[in-house]
Design a protein around this ligand. Structure first.
Ligand code: ZN
Ligand code: ZN
Length: 253
């Protein structure tokens, strides 16, 4: 039988099941989300792969439908991840480490302060931060990162303090803020958030196909008209040209 919890959470827009687990642990005074999950008879690693979302939502007093709508459905056989009705290749989504937008976290802290709440009530993870194809926060246009600006430590899911480095405890909202235009990431985020776009050709395609079309067009633009385009692999399209190639063909218009 699972222990009942005295605290329940308010829903935060964009928060997946694994984010709820971390916030619930924080609100319950726990520093270690993995141990908290064990205390509840759950496995945090399963939650990080989209399992047991209903259970953690109910423990937190949240609507299971709301939390599920922001949680991934992982199909390891097909190597696909479904999130917000968008199907991603598994290489474009990951909870291996915890990415974050420092400015979104800072907004959460300010919101908590303005509402005279403890920050742990408000500071939350966003599902779109797990989409590695989204490089920048669509709201703040700063790069999403999974490392501490101060010591370089990659952030994981064990610590329940999302605003401070799990190793050196530096304030993750206090580092230098970069600026990186990411039109393709913005497009993906827009599809997930239901913002829509003015590009009906792309909107009509499954996301995977829309991204592949952008890449192929970008490749054709760079190398000119050829009978066949060279095969693309991950290293050839990542790096500094990845965003540029895609951006050349989708600029948000
Ligand atoms: Zn942000
Ligand atoms: Zn650090």
């Amino acid at each position: 039988m699972r222990p009942s919890l005295p605290l329940q959470l308010c829903h935060r827009q964009g928060e997946p099941g694994h984010g709820v687990l971390v916030r619930l642990a924080r609100r319950s005074g726990r520093l270690d989300a993995y141990r908290f999950a064990s205390f509840l008879g759950m496995d945090a690693r399963r939650l990080l792969n989209g399992h047991d979302v209903t259970v953690v939502a109910e423990l937190a007093g949240l609507s299971a439908a709301d939390v599920s709508s922001w949680s991934p459905i992982v199909d390891p056989t097909a190597r696909l991840v479904k999130l917000r009705g968008v199907t991603l290749a598994d290489r474009d989504w990951s909870t291996h480490s915890r990415r974050y937008c420092p400015q979104c976290l800072a907004v959460d802290v300010r919101t908590a302060r303005a509402e005279a709440m403890e920050s742990g009530w408000v500071v939350h993870h966003r599902a779109i931060w797990d989409v590695s194809a989204i490089q920048s926060c669509p709201d703040h246009l700063c790069p999403l990162t999974d490392v501490c600006w101060h010591c370089g430590q990659r952030q994981g899911w064990r610590s329940t303090d999302l605003c401070h480095c799990c190793r050196c405890k530096a304030d993750l909202t206090a580092g230098p803020i970069g600026h990186h235009l990411d039109p393709v990431g913005g497009y993906i985020a827009g599809r997930m958030m239901g913002w829509g776009s003015d590009c009906s050709v792309l909107d009509a395609l499954p996301l995977n196909d829309a991204l592949r079309l952008c890449m192929r067009l970008g490749q054709a633009m760079r190398i000119g008209s050829v009978y066949t385009l060279p095969r693309q692999d991950r290293p050839s399209v990542r790096g500094d040209n990845y965003g540029g190639r895609l951006s050349g063909n989708y600029d948000g218009r």
